[in-house]
Structure formats: C-alpha cells, structure tokens
Design a protein around this ligand. Sequence first.
Ligand code: AMP
Length: 133
Amino acid sequence: METVFTRIRDKQIPACWIYEDDQCFVILDHNPIVKGHCLVISKDPTPTLETTPDSRLAHMILVAKKVDAKLRACLNCDATNIVINNGPAAGQEVPHLHIHVIPRYQSSSMAISFTHEPYKPGEMADLEGRLKL
Ligand code: AMP
C-alpha cells in the first residue's frame, strides 16, 4: 500500500532525512509539535503494532533511543515524548507505522493533554482480571 511515507522512502517527495538503515528511516516531522520533532518510520508500510514483526518493532525503538540521545545532545532538550498513534481512533493519520520522538523542555509549560476517565466502583478490579496477559 502506498502512503506518504512510502513516497518519502522512495524519494518521490522530499523530506529532511536524519537516518536510514535496512528496516527504518528517520525524518523531521514537517508540522512539529516542538521543533526537532522526528519520526522513526518503518520501511515496510505495516499500518500498526499488531501487523509489524516484533524484530522490526524492537529495532525501531532502539533507533528512537538514538534519536532521543541526539535531540538531547544537539538541541539541549530535557526530555522527549515517544509516541505511537496506533490506529485511526488513536489519532493516527498516516496508516504506516511510525514512532514520534518529540523534544521537550523543562521551561516549557506545554503538556500533551489527555482527559481522564474515572472508574466506577468495581470497574478497575474487573478490568485487572480481564486484561491479565
Ligand atoms: P500520525 O497522526 O501519528 O499518523 O502522524 C503523522 C505525522 O506525519 C504528522 O505529525 C504529520 O505532520 C507528519 N507528516 C505527514 N506528512 C509528512 C511529510 N510529507 N513530511 C514530514 N512529516 C509528515
């Protein structure tokens, strides 16, 4: 399946490339949450975690770790958000697995905000039982 990221991978559209190997590549997100926001993108366009081989996922998180180190060293950021939007209902716009690595600064008041959904009595224990792996 063709995606915007396969078109970038195949150099059909330009991007700012940070890294490439046989399994993944890293570009700058063109609409950054924070400047320096990187995307670690699988070369094979599996859409989600569930459809991606474990070995590739493991490799990509190690590449994200290298990107994190580079962002800290180069941009002097204090932290990063490492995010996978895993499916459209989670906000995934490009159905081609990628890991966001977003530089964050102590001085910044920006927070990635989620609303919270409180449990009703008994609901949390019920889920604990149902979700055990
Ligand atoms: P997601 O919502 O997790 O699928 O994120 C897709 C990300 O890809 C967004 O943050 C977009 O800004 C980014 N993006 C889409 N097209 C491009 C492009 N041509 N170059 C760089 N980043 C892109």
